[in-house]
Structure formats: structure tokens, C-alpha cells
Design a protein around this ligand. Sequence first.
Ligand code: FAD
Length: 540
Amino acid sequence: MVTKTYDNIVVGGGAAGCVVAARLVAAGRRVLLLEGGYSNRHPLLDMPPGIFKMINGSRYMHYHTTDPQPHLNGRAHDIPQGNVLGGGSSVNAQVYIRGRPSDYEAWNDILRGNNDGADWSWNAVLRHFRGMEDNNRLLNDRHGAGGPLKVSDPGYIDQMSRWFVQAVQGLGEPFNPDFNGLSQRGVGFYQFMNRAGKRSSSAYAFIEPLLKDPRLDLKLQARAEKIIIENGRAKGIQYREKDGATSVAMADDAVVLSAGALITPKLLMLSGVGPADELKAHSIDVALDLPGVGENLVDHPEVPIISTANGKYGYHRQGDGWRMIRNGLQFKLFGSGPITSAGVEAGAFVNPGNPDGEPTIQAFCVPIVYLDRDTRSLVDDTYGLTITTVVVKPKSRGHVRLRSASPSDKPRVSPNLLKDPADMREMIAGQRFFLRALEATPLKERISKVAVPSPADLSDAALELHCKRFVKTNYHPAGTCKMGADGDPMAVLDARMRVRGIDGLRVCDMSAVPDINAGNTAAPAMMLGDRCASFILDAN
Ligand SMILES: Cc1cc2nc3c(=O)[nH]c(=O)nc-3n(C[C@H](O)[C@H](O)[C@H](O)COP(=O)(O)OP(=O)(O)OC[C@H]3O[C@@H](n4cnc5c(N)ncnc54)[C@H](O)[C@@H]3O)c2cc1C
């Protein structure tokens, strides 16, 4: 068994883990970054639309299947998670969204007044978002240029996306040139974490420049199994090397868990930190009874509206045969064309019930008939448009539990998407709103029919059934080791991301959030990485 000592160990080189590791190395720390997945260097991962080739089966993803969900008539659905350096930021659709000020002010309200006064207000987190950013269009008090993370307008915009943006304006929504600007509301084109058709993941943006730095020890396909805890302090990590050997690494300072919202709570529980009953049920010795570990799982539920087109619009077959060769050549020779798009360019944030209120629904305009295991047998594989609607502030909560005491078993996951009736109401309102967009000019002239939900019955009951049948993750599991106020028995972390009751242990990934931000989560995860590094460096 090999034992080596570092200043810090970061478990999981994902969106957040790469950032915290990079900042610690830059500050002079000797850091072990343990990443369970593969290298991020692969052409399909680099090019924006590569996600569509991988989403339904790739070694760069781990596919968690939920427990059967009773409120979805027993349905189970998959939750893919990145299994690669960069984590989700190496496999995601690259949409750059931070959430809105009220998300962070709400966290600050929960956390203020205790926890050593860590400030989570919008102005406090904005400094981190802005400092990391290299925006190719915007430079103002909200956006930065010159940072490591490349944020760009879409390299290519499909005509279907433009028609979507116009149709939603026709419904009275304003055109929004910057969803991370003064207001989220409206319709427009997203910005993306890429530049000139190449992904800007946390692996590329933060770790790549340090690969030759002797203070960084990056191990790939090295999977943490357990935290070594002695006398109430995290001392190190036991992990499995690529060749199957078991190794141990020790940390003089903090161990940082960044394995993502589904695996970080699993690692804590395997190490004896979690709800005592759950640990005992798997014959795990209890180091600390911390009932909040694995609870408070929150994710963005997504439901599709799938329509077929009356012409050859969108991305159907753009990755096949001669079109693939043409698009590949255009990309290689001129750095332009469909390959510079992630396959989604336009979107919207709306509040169907109260247009001037904060948006309740985010939409993605995907110019294809999106087929997965739920929709494949129901919809023709042809030209079309999928609009997905997402509840941005869901109330439903689920949990992550152990399947067994074996580190190689995936955890049991129950996200309870749309279980809370308020989430279902918001989702149905969102579906109705974007069904109207398909009937608005100039989209209506290009749509031949709506395939799901069936236009034959759009009653609330039918739409509810449709939502139950097709709801799935928007790929944003979060909240399973939440930061919380001192008196909250379910708080796993204090406001400096330290595990309550265990010294030398922090959680730095989307597990840490008290509530999910409105919108996508990769940029918030990177912000957490930057903040956690500041907390660690401040502490010394
Ligand atoms: C298919 C998909 C599409 C998405 N689209 C978008 C989008 O367009 N925009 C957006 O903002 N967000 C998107 N997201 C979400 C976003 O990428 C995630 O929210 C974000 O990556 C979460 O960051 P994290 O650091 O919490 O975890 P992750 O990025 O998941 O990182 C966890 C890391 O830990 C590693 N790991 C796990 N277990 C172990 C272990 N035992 N030992 C060592 N390492 C381990 C994993 O391999 C991974 O690298 C998408 C996600 C997916 C999966």
C-alpha cells in the first residue's frame, strides 16, 4: 500500500473540484486531485454537439437509474453524470447560466448571522463569477474578460432557433440579450462555455495550465472509496488506483470532497458520516450521526414538447453521411458551421402565471426530434423541434441512500421530480405556454404536428399524465450535503463548506447548496470551487 502526504486532497475533478484544486496549487499547495473517470482529451468531448453522440451511452458518463418513483406510476429514469476530468463540465451542453441574485440572497438569509460570517450575497458570489470569466461579448459590472473560463455567444444559430425566439416574442416576452444580466426574464440566445467550437470545461480552463506543475498530482481513473477519519479529523483518503490496487494518501490540511451531489454523500456514508440508522443498516461503524447527509436532493425536472417540421429544418441527420463530412470540413477549414453549436442555441425564462414576476420556467429550444428511451417508440425520427420546459425553483425534495457498504455499488437515488403539487402546476403552465409558442408566427408555419403531448387532449389531467410519463432530470442534482444555519439539524456543512463535526473536511460541489439556483448549474459549481479555495486559504 502506497502512502503519500499532500497539503490538500481533492476527491473528484469535476466542475467544482478542478477549480478548487487549481487555486490551491496556484497558492503554493501540494495537491492530490483524484479523478475517478477518464482524461477529458477526446474530439467528441471537445466539440459542442458531441453531447448528442454520448448522452445515451458512453464511458464518459455514469448512468444512475432512480428507484422506481411511486408518484410517477412506478417509473424509473436515468441520471447521467460525467465520468471524466472536468466532470459535468466536460460532457454538458455548455449553457452558461449563473442563476439570479435572489437565489444567492436566499442562501445568505439562511446562512447569515452565524458560521463565521461567510457572505453568500449576490455581490459576494458575483466577484467569483466575474473573476473566472472571459466573455467574448460582454464586459461590465456583471461580466468579466480575461479570466480562464471562456464564455461565448453561439458559433452558429439554426434557423429554427431564430423562429423560436421570434415566436416567443410574439407572445409578449421581451428579447433578452443576456440571461445573466439585469433580469432573467425573456427569450434569447444562450451564451456557452466554449470558444471557436472548443469546449471550455473546468479541466481545460483550470487544470490544463497546471499539468506540468510539480505541486499538482493528478490521478485519473483513481476512485476514492473512503475518508480516513481519526479522532474526529479527516486525515486522508483510501482509493483504488487504475490498476485495481488500493492506495492511501494523507492530507496535512483539508480533504475536499468534490465527487458530485450523488457520490459525495455516498463517500461520507461509507466513511461513517451520515444518518446513524442508514449506516447501521449497512453495518458501517458510525463516526458521526449527521442526519442531513444524502437528504434534500433537489434537481430541475424537465419535460419535452416534441413536434415535427414540415421542411428540412434543424439538425436532423447533420451528423450522418455526407452532411457530417461537409460539416466536419467546414469546421476544420473555417472554424464555423453547425459543429460550433451545442445543438441548442435559444431559450427562455418565463412566468406564465405572472409575467412580471420572477420566472418559474426555463425553456430550451432543441432543433431536433429528441429521442430517448421514453420517446423513441412514440415519435418519428424526422425533422422537428423539441422544446423542453424546466421548473427553475422546484419544491420537491428527494434523497440519496446507500445500496450497500461496497464502494463499487452506485447509490440509490430518489429525486422525486414533480412530486410536490406546486411543481406539477408550474410545469403544466410551462407546457401550455410553449405549446402556444408552436402556434405563433413564425414557428407555426414550420411545424407539421405536435407529437407529444397529444393535441387531442390538453386537459390538466392529460398534461399531468404526460409530465409523469416523460419527466426526467435536467442533469442538475444538488443539495445532498447542504450548508445550513447553526441550529439546523439537517445542515451538513457550515457556511464555509466545512463538514459539521469533522475537522479538516470540506464539501465543494453541487451537494453543498441549500437550494438550487434558477437555471443551469455548471457555472455555480465552478463558483463554489473558487469560493471554497478562498475559504481554505483564508483559514491558514
Ligand atoms: C449531460 C449533462 C448536460 C448538462 N448540461 C449543462 C449545461 O448545458 N450547462 C450547465 O451549466 N450545466 C449543465 N449540466 C450540469 C453541470 O455540468 C453539473 O451541475 C456540474 O458539472 C456539477 O458540478 P460538480 O462539481 O458538483 O460535479 P461533477 O461535475 O459531476 O464532478 C464530480 C466529479 O467527481 C468524479 N468522481 C465521482 N466519484 C468519484 C470517486 N469515488 N473518486 C474520484 N472521483 C470521483 C466524477 O468523475 C466527476 O468528475 C449538465 C450535466 C450533464 C451530466
